[in-house]
Each structure stands twice: as C-alpha cells, then as structure tokens.
Design a protein around this ligand. Structure first.
Ligand SMILES: [Ca+2]
Ligand SMILES: [Ca+2]
Ligand SMILES: [Ca+2]
Ligand SMILES: [Ca+2]
Length: 376
C-alpha cells in the first residue's frame, strides 16, 4: 500500500448511533470530500494514533433519540397506505378456497395504530361465531393476538409503524415484530376452513372490533415463512409472484378508488367499506421502522471486505451509525492498512472516549463522548 495522503481531514460525529455494539450502515465513498474545515495536523513522531488537535465543538452534533426508533415520516418506497377510522372501516375480501388456510400460513402487515382497543382486527377470517378462521389482532394493552395466542403486554404502542408477521407452522405459532421473534402465550384456536370473508381492519362482524390507524403491505401466504424470509422482505414491495403468496395488498391506490388490488394473482381484490375517500389513502410511513444492525462482541468480531479500498492520495468519506456497549476502550468502526505512519486508516473511539479518524500516527479527534448513545 502506498503512502496514504490526504490534503484535509475532518472527523465529525453527527446525530442519531461495545465492544462496538452495532454498526447500522457503512459507506466509504471516494472523491467526495467537501471543502476544508480543519487543517491537517502536523505529523510528528509520537505514540500511535495520538492526535494533535481536537475538533472545535461546533462541529459536533448529538441527537436525543437513536436512529432505530420507528418513524412516521413518509417513505416513498412503500407508496400509499390505507387509513382505517376505527369506527366502521374495513376492507372486505370474499371467501375463496385459496384463502382457507388451516395448517401452514403466514400473515404479514405494516401497521400504525392510532389508538389500541381489544381484539381490533388487522387480518381476520373469523367473522362469525364458531367459524374459527385465522386472525391477527391488536389489544388495548399493546398485546398482539394471533389465533388467540398473545404476546406480552406492551409489545406495541400507538403512533408508530410496526411490521407484524404471524406464522403457523403445522400448529406451532410464531410472531415477529419488526423482524424479531416475540413469545406467544395461550393455546391457539383450531383454525378451520370456512365461508367467512377475509377482512382487513375488522374482526368478528357479529360484534365488530375495528382497527384504528393505518395499514400497508398486507400479505397472506399459504406457507410458514422462515424468520430470515420475513426479515429479508419486510422493507420492500414484492413482485407478487413469490411462491406461496396467495393475497397481497400493496395499498398503493389513491383518490376515490374503492378497490384494494390483489397483487398476487389479482383473484382476491378487496372492497373498501365505510371508508371516506379520497382521505383514506395516505402517503405511507411503512418501511420506516427499525432496521437490522450488526452486533459486534468487542472480543474478536469483525467483518472484512476483501481487497480493501484504494485510499492513497484519495479523498474519502467514511459514514456509519454506531453505538458502543461500553466506554473507556479502543473501539474501531472502520480500519484498513498496517500500523505504520500515514498508513492504517482508523475511525472509531479511543479509550479516552474521544472519537478519532485519520491515518496511523496522524489523526484527528473530538472531545470525549461520555455516553453509549447512537451516533452517526
Ligand atoms: Ca403501500
Ligand atoms: Ca371457504
Ligand atoms: Ca390472490
Ligand atoms: Ca367510516
């Protein structure tokens, strides 16, 4: 590796990132460095990575909240969503043989509860007494009900987007919130094929409980989806032709359209019922919820990019979200090259809790960060 030489260097710690606990995103871009904000510190023979000048405080930002909390901000990727008024709104999908699932199935939806009430239906094929169709519901205390098994109190709350996936694998129920498994307790019902319609936003028409909030990306599968499949597909729309996908509602309609198209074959369209149009179609905030991150144990975990990057005489930007589990130790987010002067790129925290960036024996650092918060 040639001598790494940069005209300017800046270390900036921006708002909302153990052993470095998690790195959310890492991007190294070549050639995009903005105008100089900080002159490069003079090189001198001294202990490795000893910085010469702290950055001015004004360049530092830190946010009150981590980046992984669910957001309601509109996300163009998920298009529109459907708003249910909690009074009498629902989407009616007529009974069909391909919807009569009893042994292996997966129900998925992004939901944004405005308020929570007992047994309010997200997806339900249990609309009349004793018909025992599959059902996915919310509870007033934040539990999620899947075929009458329930998660812990406070699993969800209001005013946030959540991805919910409910899996029946031959009688064994699993439930995932934002891609992570959460335990269910209670004996599930024995699910039967029936003649009830499938409904979004309503459970049990005989004494209806209506969902109050928004819904998007509703998927019904005739297979038990694996956790990895759920996680791999929760943040983007599907083609509709995926194996096992029997009904799929992107809910991207708008205006006065009163039909929710079925993007899996088109044979299970839904009819918007008691819904006020065009207001019920809203820009969606789905896909804006928590994303996965990598957890490093601080002992010997790392991820390696083969080949490395050509950094010599290049302008570079290194970007990441990260959070430490513990302070007072050296924790590198990104590094490349040998431990010799002006080689060895390193970006991360020192044992003095300052954030540093630069090349070996020639780096910059910030004031100390006495926290274990997320930083960008
Ligand atoms: Ca959508
Ligand atoms: Ca049927
Ligand atoms: Ca279909
Ligand atoms: Ca209504």
């Amino acid at each position: 590796m040639e001598k790494d030489n940069m005209n300017t260097q800046h270390c900036r710690l921006l708002p909302p990132i153990a052993n470095l606990l998690v790195i959310v995103a890492l991007l190294i871009g070549l050639g995009g460095l903005p105008s100089a904000q900080m002159p490069r510190a003079a090189s001198a023979a001294q202990p490795p990575s000893l910085a010469k000048e702290p950055l001015p405080r004004a360049m530092l930002f830190k946010s009150a909240s981590p980046p992984l909390t669910a957001q309601a901000a509109p996300q163009a990727l998920s298009g529109n969503a459907l708003d249910f008024d909690g009074v009498n709104d629902y989407v009616n999908i007529p009974d069909a043989n391909n919807l009569d699932l009893v042994t292996n199935y997966t129900l998925e939806a992004w939901i944004y509860p405005r308020t929570l009430g007992d047994y309010e239906g997200i997806i339900s094929k249990f609309q009349t007494d004793t018909t025992n169709g599959y059902v996915l519901r919310v509870m007033a205390d934040g539990r999620i009900d899947f075929d009458n098994s329930k998660t812990a109190v406070g699993t969800i709350s209001t005013q946030q987007w959540y991805h919910i996936a409910a899996v029946n694998a031959g009688g064994t129920r699993s439930l995932y919130v934002n891609g992570l498994s959460v335990p269910l307790t209670g004996t599930p019902i024995t699910v039967l094929a029936n003649t009830d319609p499938l409904r979004l936003g309503e459970d049990y028409a005989d004494a209806p409980r209506f969902f109050d909030g928004q819904m998007d990306e509703v998927r019904v599968w005739n297979t038990a989806r694996a956790a990895a499949q759920i996680r791999d597909n929760m943040y983007h729309e599907l083609a509709g032709s995926e194996s096992g996908l029997v009904a799929y509602y992107k809910l991207n309609e708008s205006g006065t359209t009163s039909t929710a198209a079925d993007s899996a074959g088109g044979d299970n369209p839904g009819t918007l019922t008691n819904m006020t149009l065009p207001g019920a179609w809203r820009t969606s905030g789905a896909f804006g919820g928590p994303k996965n991150a990598l957890d490093f144990d601080g002992v010997n975990d790392y991820a390696q990019v083969s080949g490395g990057l050509p950094l010599a005489n290049a302008s570079i930007t290194v970007e990441a979200w990260a959070r430490r589990d513990t302070m007072d130790t050296f924790q590198m987010i990104v590094s490349q090259g040998p431990a010799s002067s002006n080689h060895g790129l390193h970006v991360g925290f020192r044992n003095t809790n300052v954030f540093m960036c630069g090349f070996y024996n020639n780096d910059l650092y910030t004031p100390a960060f006495i926290d274990t918060d997320w930083h960008h």
